[in-house]
Write a new protein. Structure first.
Length: 261
């Protein structure tokens, strides 16, 4: 779909459309959805289409705006590790994407899955990750794996006579963080104060004016920014508790119930 779009639509018009999506009159929710499609990302740019879209709360352009010069200098290339796997991969685009995911993002997901299941005393299993099955699926030509914008075609066909159609064709259901609720009402003001405290600003990681803009746009409904604020909050809490040894209980009054969640 993206390759067809880029073939038919000149680069200048694609760029203009992305600008209209970001700055236009659409609701914050619609903007956020479009940001994760080929309409909102530059498919000709690997980092924009993949890393900015999937791995990062802040795109490369937004990172340039947010980070201070000191943070940029010390941070290095955040995508270097993933790019090493990408450069090591072979085959078509889909197989290279899947290989990179297996080596990077899947590792993180499995860690979370193990921690959450063990915390609930659940002995979970991931049968689709049997190495022989993974090796077999990696050999399947990409043309059989997707149809247009539809994915998991082989898996759906394999279980079509075993499961109800409503299950086979149900939309994907993930485990999203409910930050829309956590960042509503007075919580947002508490978090803005915490992320703009003197001790936070003096870390020289982020530009205060950019942080203020994130909260202002979130408050007005112009942009969602919930996932970005949530990540900034987690980083700040981690720095205070794990690096500066501040008792976690002392943060409850600083940022309300969100800190306890």
């Amino acid at each position: 779909m993206d390759s067809v779009y880029r073939t038919l639509m000149p680069a200048a018009l694609r760029s203009r459309l992305r600008e209209r999506i970001n700055a236009g009159p659409l609701s914050a929710a619609k903007k956020r959805k479009l940001e994760h499609t080929f309409l909102g990302r530059d498919g000709a740019s690997w980092s924009s289409f993949y890393f900015d879209n999937f791995y990062s709360a802040f795109s490369a352009r937004e990172q340039d705006e947010l980070l201070t010069p000191e943070a940029k200098l010390s941070g290095g290339d955040a995508y270097a590790g993933s790019m090493a796997h990408w450069n090591h991969s072979s085959g078509g685009l889909l197989h290279r994407l899947l290989y990179t995911d297996i080596k990077t993002y899947l590792v993180e997901l499995l860690m979370k899955q193990d921690q959450m299941s063990m915390a609930a005393s659940v002995e979970s299993r991931v049968p689709f990750l049997d190495h022989e099955l993974v090796e077999f699926t990696a050999s399947i030509p990409a043309k059989y794996s997707t149809k247009g914008i539809k994915g998991k075609c082989i898996l759906k066909a394999a279980v079509a006579d075993l499961l109800p159609a409503a299950i086979v064709h149900r939309q994907k259901m993930g485990f999203p963080t409910p930050w829309a609720y956590w960042l509503a009402g007075p919580h947002l003001e508490s978090l803005e104060r915490l992320l703009l405290e003197t001790r936070t600003v003096e870390r020289r990681l982020f530009r205060p004016e950019v942080l203020r803009r994130l909260f202002a746009e979130r408050r007005s409904g112009y942009r969602d920014h919930g996932n970005r604020i949530w990540r900034l909050l987690n980083l700040e809490l981690w720095l205070r508790v794990c690096v500066e040894s501040e008792p976690a209980v002392d943060l409850v009054q600083a940022c309300g119930a969100v800190a306890c969640t």
